[in-house]
Design a protein around this ligand. Structure first.
Ligand SMILES: Cc1cc2nc3c(=O)[nH]c(=O)nc-3n(C[C@H](O)[C@H](O)[C@H](O)COP(=O)(O)OP(=O)(O)OC[C@H]3O[C@@H](n4cnc5c(N)ncnc54)[C@H](O)[C@@H]3O)c2cc1C
Length: 423
């Protein structure tokens, strides 16, 4: 192992290889041999080739690396590769290095009146590589489309050490297998993303929020349905039960947070219609927020609540179609008692996602069965596997697993990359 560490030091420099005091860069209980900080694609190639030749496991992270299966391996932290390389406002694209901090990226683009909508839970610590590698979807995606939509091209280093480039600035760029969006959700199993060509949007000309104190989550969900029936589609349509809502502003019931982005005239009309439906739902208080400082303060508090939810271990998340949120909340009350007084319930009305603080061991299976009955599933991520498990269909589960693993081994014949990820 000392040979390979010496080799890697020769590539990235001694200062960019850490072998003692590593915990700050790691999550999990296993201990890699080194944490390495590449500064360029060439560095990543050198690290991965050295690991591949020596059959050593590798995992990667934006700032912190998961160590499952990584004992004695190499943890690659991308934080030095944190530059915006090119912003092209005419084509609405941007080349960015994979280790760029997500929040900083959004702020820099916003100075240029450009918008990159995906909003990870841990936005202040996430990286752009992690964003696409996880490929998750947030409560704005109903309007802005899922995260994968925002990757047009990328450069990655395959587990064999070869550089792989796919995609262009052209929107019409795919025929046959869609190898661009294939990367979304791959969680480093196909290699290390080094640079990403991101699709941008113009920043919205106007942004408004509507907040309301609504008697219950059920009343909020009914209002959400009515709002959608009016063909009003805000950017976010969320409700927080009392415990979480009070971390944003004091309410007697649940807090409804609606975000409306677009043009001045359309946002004003949408805000009126949203406010009207929330009043019909029994809101004791409603307010349209237009002042930029107040608007920014509201959404920064929301991001803090999201980060808190992210850190909570005792929770179950599930998704259903947005039209089924009312039914899902009704059925959830039969599984988890008194959701209004629960320490945490978040309803993301547009993407049909509900997060509830509860013991997953006790309740995840029942919640999954309920969600599947409404066309969704727990976590909204590993749909087919969960469905196979819920129906005890081991044959199908094995078949799905075989197909996924055979694709993975084409990219990673020695199985060195992302050892903690099981497909
Ligand atoms: C739109 C959106 C919504 C989200 N919603 C939720 C949610 O509801 N709940 C929740 O818990 N999380 C959610 N997340 C996930 C979240 O916040 C992630 O932690 C984040 O996006 C990635 O963070 P990170 O850069 O710290 O990645 P890390 O935690 O460092 O890595 C995440 C994964 O990406 C891989 N990875 C990181 N960098 C690279 C790279 N350069 N090349 C290849 N693979 C890499 C890692 O190996 C790991 O598998 C969401 C993410 C997005 C984008």
């Amino acid at each position: 192992m000392s040979d390979i560490i010496a080799k890697i030091k020769g590539i990235v420099g001694d200062a960019n290889v850490v072998t003692a005091d590593m915990p700050q860069y790691l999550k999990g209980n296993e201990q890699p041999a080194a944490v390495v900080f590449p500064g360029s694609t060439e560095d990543v190639v050198g690290i991965v080739k050295a690991a591949y030749d020596a059959d050593v496991k590798v995992n990667v992270g934006g700032n912190v690396v998961e160590t499952k299966g990584l004992s004695g391996g190499i943890a690659v932290v991308m934080s030095r590769m944190n530059q915006i390389e090119e912003v092209d406002p005419e084509n609405l694209t941007c080349w960015v290095q994979a280790g760029m901090n997500h929040q900083e990226f959004v702020e820099k683009l916003s100075e240029k009146k450009l918008n990159f909508p995906p909003e990870p839970y841990a936005v202040s610590t996430s990286s752009i590589g992690g964003c696409f590698s996880i490929g998750d979807v947030d409560s704005k995606a109903f309007n802005y489309l899922p995260t994968r939509t925002f990757i047009l091209a990328y450069e990655s280093v395959l587990p064999t050490g070869e550089v792989y480039k796919v995609g262009t600035k052209c929107i019409k760029c795919v025929s046959g297998y869609d190898m661009i969006h294939f990367i979304a959700g791959s969680r480093a199993t196909f290699g290390i993303l080094t640079r990403v060509l991101v699709k941008l949007l113009p920043a919205p000309q106007a942004a408004k929020a509507v907040v309301a104190d609504v008697p219950s989550l059920a009343a909020a969900a009914k209002a959400f349905k009515a709002i959608q029936k009016r063909k009003v589609f805000p950017t976010r349509l969320n409700a927080l039960n009392k415990a979480l809502g009070n971390e944003v502003m004091e309410t007697s019931g649940c807090l409804v947070l609606v975000d409306i982005e677009g043009f001045p005239v359309s946002t004003a009309q949408y805000a009126k219609e949203v406010e009207a439906e929330l009043k019909i739902a029994g809101a004791s208080f409603t307010k349209v927020i237009e002042d930029k400082a107040e608007y920014d303060e509201l959404w920064s508090k929301w991001l803090k609540v999201r980060e808190k939810i992210n850190l909570e271990e005792n929770k179950v998340k599930f998704t259903v179609g947005p039209a089924k949120v009312v039914n899902a909340l009704g059925s959830l009350s039969g599984i988890v008692s008194n959701i209004e007084e629960n320490p945490g319930v978040l309803v993301e009305g547009l993407n049909g996602k509900i997060t509830v603080f509860t013991d997953p061991d006790a309740n995840a299976a029942a919640i999954n069965n309920m969600a599947m009955g409404l066309g969704g599933n727990v976590s909204g991520l590993l749909g087919s596997q969960l469905r196979c498990k819920a129906y005890n269909d081991n044959e199908m589960l094995e078949e799905i697993s075989r197909v996924l693993n055979s694709i993975r081994s084409e990219f990673d014949p020695k199985g060195i990359m992302a050892p903690g990820i099981k497909l």
